[in-house]
Design a protein around this ligand. Structure first.
Ligand code: PEP
Ligand code: MG
Length: 765
């Protein structure tokens, strides 16, 4: 080995940081080649990107070739070794390039003096994006290991380079800025990916509705009372249709969220007031506007913030009647196929948007682990979080493209960009292939068994969980049915949902997390007194213990639903041993009650605690003596350990899953579980991030629960880990205190796994 590849890998963190720091797209590519050339001790490193219009490879950045050649050197696919690598989608490595019959040095760039030549195609699936080349004056300079490393780096950079390539067509915009609108230019913004998926659609900026636009101008013909009644009947029919759509999509009790609007539509006081005004000669349109406005004002005056939100329901009802009266386009379609730009969202709004077939959401507040984002993932709505309020000024009807994975939002993209993205979408065929390649059980490279479970938010998630061979449910977020409806669900209503979950998972283990409301999961129908810090307030288990009747209903519903199944119950946000014992005793009491009533139920479920609050770390051994299992909720554990609001985009840069305090806390929990022979899992977002898998296995975690769509990737990742090496790796990480150093070590480790995969792939060929 002539140069330090290990250093190159460990510097990948820094390299990727360049993507966000680079102020200029061309500079970004230049940074990449500079960095790689320096690390590889090579004489040149260059990036060529394929231009769809000219069908040529263009030199976009180079370190070592003549600088003036950037943008000027163009190669046909198949031309020279670079062109061959691109055309044939293969690595070309020559110790003495001139001996290859395909060798054609590009005239005027000074290539002739380089002997060793390595070209790696930049591919996404089968789609060719470009080529990265690297050269040295020395003969036989690049080793097989270099090829693997270079391959790994190229695949790591593919999505960024692809995006750069797309964006380079709209010239010199700066990352993180919106470029002023020019009809032929694309504007773009870099946000954070919240819910994966691609959306292309016309924008709708959601702002409070204006009823005024429906008022009848003086002298114009107004509708009659019959039109009004027909419009009301039509509105009711539409709302029932939405309810049914919700049921069909198996979203649980969600359809009930529309009950509030249906009730408003049937409400004698509201309709009566409208009819009275119409009877007095007011045009029906104006009567609707007047009465709705009165109600909006009343809701606005309510002390309770969550009741105030009802203003949107009453406005929605009013708009629906008015749209029907005006014979305008079906109100149901108002968000169908659209990309919605909105400052804040309620769970019910996410659901309504989903039922109406929204294409995607750009959210101007919230974090990637916020519950609106989690809900959007369950509903398969691509969502990007962007901290840029100028997006609210985008004109409705502007074409928007958003990529929920990378967080890119393009405004008014041209057809080539849309085409490129649509191709990208087509490569989800890769996912299907991986699905076929999945095994029923997951094992590490050295054969250690790891159990992969799913996090389930809505029943609709079960289909993905089953498709990706989930071994059970490690976290059922039971609060979602509570969040998505207009009132507390009864024991019976909960039983129906839980039973369906048990039935659909056929004998596999299911962990019910009891109600976890509060924080960013406020119940619209609960009268919270205003809390300055809801994440530190009446949240999770505190809420359940304060409202025993609600808690007991839930526990009874769970115990009944799991009478013949392997169900487990866990409590969120446990902060002391007494709290756990109190909650656990309520489970036992509920079971005794059911027994006395002669109702079939699960008498002895496993009962465990989520590890999310730092205080519990200090009493973890005592807790282990009481609890049957632990599940580490890393989303909250990070939030509370680091004092960083997980939903606040402004402090997202301080939210470090790999902070040494977090990693050491996890190790303490894992050790305690091991000492007391307690089951332990990780169910926060760290469980689906390949970067943390070695570490988690290294500290002894053998059970992970994650969003089902990540299961294939994580199974693959586990298969590349040797547990003995992982233990050494975790021990090394746990000695470190510097967050950046830890990040680099984690990146280097995951990259090594990528290169292992590449080596295996090549061996097969
Ligand atoms: C967590 O906090 O990591 C967790 C899994 O729970 P939730 O994201 O629902 O708060
Ligand atoms: Mg949590």
């Amino acid at each position: 080995m002539k140069h330090d590849n290990a250093k190159l890998i460990s510097d990948i963190g820094e390299l990727t940081a360049l993507f966000t720091d680079a102020a200029h797209l061309d500079a970004l590519l230049q940074n990449i080649v500079n960095k790689i050339a320096a690390h590889m001790n090579a004489d040149t490193c260059s990036i060529y990107l394929f231009n769809d219009e000219t069908q040529m490879l263009t030199l976009k950045a180079t370190k070592g070739l003549r600088a003036g050649s950037i943008g000027k050197v163009c190669l046909k696919p198949g031309e020279g070794l670079t062109g061959i690598s691109f055309k044939e989608r293969r690595t070309v490595c020559e110790g003495d390039a001139a001996r290859n019959p395909g060798y054609r040095p590009v005239p005027g760039v000074g290539e002739e003096k380089y002997c060793s030549f390595l070209a790696i195609p930049i591919l996404r699936g089968q789609t060719r994006i470009g080529v990265m080349t690297i050269q040295s004056v020395k003969k036989n300079y690049f080793s097989d290991e270099d090829i693997n490393i270079f391959n790994a780096i190229t695949s790591q950079l593919t999505s960024t380079i692809e995006m750069v390539k797309l964006l380079s067509s709209f010239a010199h915009a700066q990352a993180g800025q919106i470029v002023e609108a020019k009809p032929t230019r694309l504007k773009f913004i870099q946000g954070r990916g919240g819910s994966e998926g691609l959306a292309i659609g016309d924008s709708v900026v959601i702002v409070p509705l204006s009823l005024e636009s429906f008022k009848v101008p003086k002298g114009s013909k107004a509708s009659g009372i019959d039109d009004f009644r027909r419009a009301v009947a039509q509105a009711e029919k539409e709302l029932h249709e939405i309810e049914r759509a919700g049921e069909e999509r198996q979203i649980g009790m969600v359809a009930l969220i529309f009950s509030a609007q249906i009730m408003m539509l049937k409400d004698r006081a509201i309709l009566g007031a409208m009819e009275t005004l119409i009877g007095k000669g007011m045009p029906p349109e104006d009567a609707v506007c007047t009465v709705i406005q009165e109600y909006v004002t009343r809701f606005d005056l309510m002390a309770n913030e969550y009741v105030r939100e009802k203003r949107y329901d009453v406005l929605d009802v009013g708009r629906r009647i008015l749209v029907n009266m005006a014979g305008r386009v079906d109100a149901l379609d108002q968000y169908a196929g659209k990309v919605v730009i909105v400052r804040e969202l309620l769970p019910t709004s996410v659901l309504k948007l989903s039922l109406q077939g929204v294409a995607g959401i750009v959210l101007l507040s919230g974090g990637v682990t916020s519950h609106m984002t989690i809900l959007a993932r369950s509903l398969h709505i691509p969502l990007v979080i962007v901290n840029e309020s100028r997006l609210l000024t985008v004109k409705n009807g502007t074409r928007i493209l958003l990529d929920g994975l990378t967080g890119y939002v393009c405004i008014d993209p041209d057809e080539a960009v849309i085409r490129a993205y649509r191709d990208k979408q087509a490569s989800s065929a890769d996912v299907k292939r991986i699905q076929r390649e999945m095994t029923d059980q997951s094992r590490t490279k050295d054969g250690v068994r790891v159990v992969l479970l799913s996090n389930i938010n809505l029943l609709a998630d079960l289909a993905t969980a089953r498709a990706f061979k989930s071994e059970g449910v490690g976290l059922y977020r039971s609060e979602f049915p509570f969040l998505l409806r207009g009132d507390f669900p009864s024991e019976e209503e909960q039983y129906v949902i839980y039973r369906r979950l048990v039935h659909d998972m056929k004998g596999r283990e299911i962990t019910f997390r009891t109600l976890d409301v509060g924080g960013d999961k406020m119940l619209s129908y609960y009268d919270y007194s205003k809390e300055a810090n809801p994440f530190l307030g009446l949240r999770s288990i505190r809420f359940s213990l304060k409202h025993r009747d609600i808690f007991i209903h839930q526990l009874r519903a769970i115990l009944r639903a799991g009478f013949d199944a392997d169900i487990r119950i866990m409590f969120p946000m446990i902060s002391s041993v007494e709290e756990f014992v109190l909650a656990r005793d309520l489970v036992r009491e509920s079971a005794r009650g059911l027994k006395a009533e002669g109702v079939a139920h699960q008498a002895s479920p496993f009962i465990g605690a989520m590890i999310e609050v730092p205080s519990i770390l200090e009493v973890i051994d005592e807790l282990a003596a009481e609890a049957d299992f632990f599940s580490i909720g890393t989303n909250d554990l990070i939030q509370y350990m680091l004092a960083v609001d997980r939903t606040n985009e402004k402090v997202a840069e301080f939210y470090f899953p790999h902070h040494p305090a977090v990693l050491r806390a996890m190790k303490r929990v894992a050790d305690a579980a091991l000492r007391h022979q307690r089951d332990i899992s990780v169910c926060g977002d760290m469980a689906h991030d390949p970067r943390y898998i070695s570490f988690l296995l290294g500290i002894g975690i053998r059970k992970l629960s994650l969003d089902a769509r990540h299961l294939p990737r994580i199974q693959q990742c586990i298969a590349a880990v040797d547990t003995r090496q992982a233990e050494l790796f975790a021990a090394r990480i746990l000695k470190k205190t510097n967050v950046n150093e830890i990040a680099r070590m984690l990146d280097a480790d995951v990259l090594e796994k990528v290169s292992i995969k590449l080596v295996t792939g090549m061996a097969k060929k």
